[in-house]
Design a protein around this ligand. Structure first.
Ligand code: ZN
Length: 347
């Protein structure tokens, strides 16, 4: 792939959709093929970022607008729930509203970040996009959710970490602009998973020991042999299914996958830094958003992090920030150091 930009990238790893398009039933092949075609169509189109309406501007409060595409492909579609309005009774609408709000609250309450751009950008969502659409994406100005095919994948609003993952790509694009290829791309994917899973844990008030560390846990139907699309705790074990194949993520540098596919394996090798974050978080008793999350956030926003950074460069910055925040001999710094050693990034 020639364009390493992320702005219209969907949540579903291309290797999963390509596998369903090749191995699924006639209907599932059609669903996956249509999703891949719609994704391609979206990548061709840029979208201007919406500006916050001065009349509604309240710092520290989200500005959500949920629309329905009514199974068409026109965006944003019909407005069905505006900020402050009561629940609509349509689960897709209400989940999109709730999880966009949870993501906003996480970034505001933990990092004092006012939306993706830190300038109160409205959070616009469209549900019921197309038919049987097996994806969700942030196109640079809004979130779009499919209903899923119903056989393998459920509606994409069901998983808060999917929404938080996609919005975090917007944050990364603004703060660092990590290129979306090779190790920098896998780091980009990993950061989207890290903050995605933190939104879920923060919302549920979960300790790192109690959390499931799964990405896309509610997306798979019970017909799929698997529990999610990725596991940060045990990369490579999220699913093993006749149609989807087997989770290809490595959990250690010795198993790093050299491939041209998926922009150099960005959704595959992200398993390595994902597991490092998990290990650092469980080594400490505190909630992950209190200690390790802020270390990762500071490293991500450090001006020294280059757009082409590899895992080792990022690991070095997390160690710098753990030291700055907690001291050179602190157990926090030691937990971060041991985590990167355990996945083979630091030797
Ligand atoms: Zn992603």
């Amino acid at each position: 792939m020639s364009d390493p930009k992320i702005s219209a990238c969907g949540f579903m790893p291309p290797h999963v959709l390509e596998r369903v398009a090749a191995q699924g039933s006639v209907r599932l092949r059609r669903c996956a093929q249509q999703t891949l075609e719609a994704d391609h169509w979206f990548r061709q189109r840029g979208a201007p970022a919406p500006q916050r309406d001065a009349a509604r501007a309240v710092v520290g409060r989200p500005d959500r607008r949920i629309h329905s595409a009514e199974n068409e492909q026109t965006l944003p579609g019909r407005l069905v729930r505006d900020e402050g309005q009561p629940t609509s009774g349509d689960p897709a609408v209400d989940e999109a509203y709730e999880w966009l709000g949870a993501t906003y609250r996480f970034y505001w309450e933990v990092f004092e970040r006012d939306s993706i751009d830190d300038k109160g950008m409205p959070l616009i969502g469209t549900v019921h996009y197309a038919r049987d659409y097996d994806n969700a994406f942030w196109n640079g100005s809004q979130m779009v959710f499919g209903d899923g095919d119903g056989e393998l994948f459920r509606r994409f609003t069901a998983a808060p970490e999917v929404i938080a993952h996609e919005l975090t790509h917007g944050v990364i694009e603004r703060d660092v602009g990590l290129i979306y290829a090779d190790q920098a791309g896998a780091l980009n994917e990993s950061l989207a998973d890290v903050f995605g899973v933190l939104v879920k844990q923060y919302h549920a008030g979960q300790s790192p020991q109690a959390a499931d560390w799964l990405i896309g846990a509610n997306l798979l139907t019970d017909q799929v042999q698997g529990q999610a699309l990725r596991s940060m705790k045990a990369p490579g074990t999220a699913y093993d299914d006749p149609v989807l194949g087997r989770d290809p993520q490595p959990s250690h540098m010795r198993d790093f996958v050299d491939t041209q596919a998926d922009n150099g394996g960005v959704h595959i090798n992200s398993g390595i830094p994902n597991r490092a974050f998990y290990l650092a978080a469980v080594a400490l008793e505190s909630p992950a958003w209190e200690i390790v999350g802020p270390v990762w956030y500071a490293a991500m926003r450090d001006a020294a992090l280059s757009r082409e950074a590899d895992f080792a460069a990022f690991a070095a910055l997390t160690l710098d920030h753990a030291e700055r925040l907690h001291g050179p001999e602190s157990r926090e710094r030691r937990a971060v150091d041991e985590a990167w050693r355990e996945v083979g990034v630091v030797s």
